[in-house]
Design a protein around this ligand. Structure first.
Ligand SMILES: NC(=O)c1ccc[n+]([C@@H]2O[C@H](COP(=O)([O-])OP(=O)(O)OC[C@H]3O[C@@H](n4cnc5c(N)ncnc54)[C@H](OP(=O)(O)O)[C@@H]3O)[C@@H](O)[C@H]2O)c1
Length: 339
């Protein structure tokens, strides 16, 4: 373990995202002098490995942040609402993965490839966008900068890991139940998820959209600093464990060819173009799982509108969609002397 590093806390360390945050800190050799792992009282007695040591999980309490310089939160919105200000007051910079602070005008909402400078204006808390928003803005930003984007229509195909570790267990158990002729038991989702899909992620709102759909609209506008961009989202849960896929149609301000878009995306940080139709070359969740890139393929003209383009975008929702993005924000702050 690096001795001259920061005192870092991971809140929700035993969860799908928190667990991976610990792994990503290690993989990227983020300078950590002491790692504090926090979760609920249920996790007392558990340990997690970090750079060859086993670190005991502690219960999250108000005093947990004494001396902590960086706190990575992923324990749900309620925990972040209560404990992020406590951590910030104790002197930590908080990078929060939940929905609690994303739309607060005083809290920057940051994707390092897209709006890195926004992170510098923080006053203790920085928010990570929703996983489906992150991969969309990473793929669209180079096009937005080159030719402008007026309108986005997106349909997502989202993995169960986006709901957390219990949802992964539910899919695995239901697949076994169905294959062995038993009735599938439902606990997390409104419908059986094994061998099924449903357009229902988060609660439905009065306007008929789901909360997840409106997150994509509002967070994209905030990250692009463009309140006028028109966006319509449909978010769908599918029986995949890791990797969200998105079918995206855009209307650009100026015309742009698929070849030019491939060139722009090839040069963009964090994006990998996989677009070779003759060899079934396009991104799929299994090729994105475990990687940090946002994969883009099926880039083609959408002939149904003027300046229309269609594409297919896939990323690992708990890596680039959560843990990696959070650690990249911390790296960005470090590199700019703000941590
Ligand atoms: N999964 C994703 O793709 C994704 C993407 C972006 C953002 N997020 C956000 O990240 C957060 C966590 O998601 P997840 O998927 O990792 O969920 P998860 O697998 O269910 O993990 C939840 C974590 O929160 C901890 N926790 C729950 N109640 C707590 C309490 N009262 N005090 C302290 N810790 C508590 C849990 O600890 P115990 O193990 O002790 O219960 C666990 O470590 C959510 O806000 C989610 O919206 C998730």
């Amino acid at each position: 373990m690096e001795l001259n590093g920061l005192k870092v806390a991971v809140v929700g360390a035993t969860g799908a995202v928190g667990n991976l945050m610990v792994k990503v800190l290690e993989e990227r050799a983020f300078p950590v002098s002491r790692l504090t792992l926090l979760a609920s009282a249920r996790s007392i007695g558990k340990t997690l490995g970090f750079h060859g040591s086993e670190i005991a999980v502690e219960e999250l309490v108000e005093d947990s942040f004494e001396g902590i310089q960086l706190a990575l939160f992923s324990a749900g919105g309620g925990i972040s609402k209560k404990f992020a200000p406590i951590a910030a007051r104790a002197g930590a910079v908080v990078i929060d993965n939940s929905n609690a602070w994303r739309m607060d005008p005083k809290v920057p909402l940051v994707v390092p490839e897209v709006n890195p400078d926004a992170a510098l204006s923080h006053s203790g808390i920085i928010a990570n966008p929703n996983c489906s928003t992150i991969q969309m803005v990473v793929a669209l930003k180079p096009i937005y900068d080159a030719v402008g984007i007026r309108r986005i229509v997106v349909t997502t195909f989202q993995a169960v890991s986006g709901t957390g570790k219990r949802a992964i267990e539910e899919l695995r158990a239901q697949v076994l139940d169905v294959m062995q002729g038993r009735e599938a038991v439902r606990q997390i989702y409104p419908h059986q998820i094994a061998f099924n899909c449903f357009p229902h992620i988060g609660p439905f709102l009065e306007n008929g959209f789901s909360e997840e759909e409106m997150k994509m609209v509002n967070e994209t506008r905030k990250v692009f600093e463009d309140a006028k961009i028109r966006i319509c989202a449909t978010t769908v849960r599918i029986p995949v464990i890791y990797g969200h896929s998105e079918s995206i149609n855009i209307e650009t301000e100026k015309p742009v060819s698929p070849e030019e878009v491939r060139r722009l995306l090839d040069a963009a940080p964090g994006v990998r173009v996989i677009d070779d139709l003759s060899n079934a070359g396009y991104p799929v969740p299994l090729s994105a799982a475990g990687t940090d890139d946002t994969l883009v393929g099926r880039i083609r003209i959408d002939p149904s509108v003027e300046n229309g383009l269609a594409m297919w975008v896939v990323a690992d929702n708990i890596r680039k969609g959560a843990a990696t993005n959070a650690v990249q924000i911390a790296e960005l702050l470090l590199s700019r002397g703000r941590l």
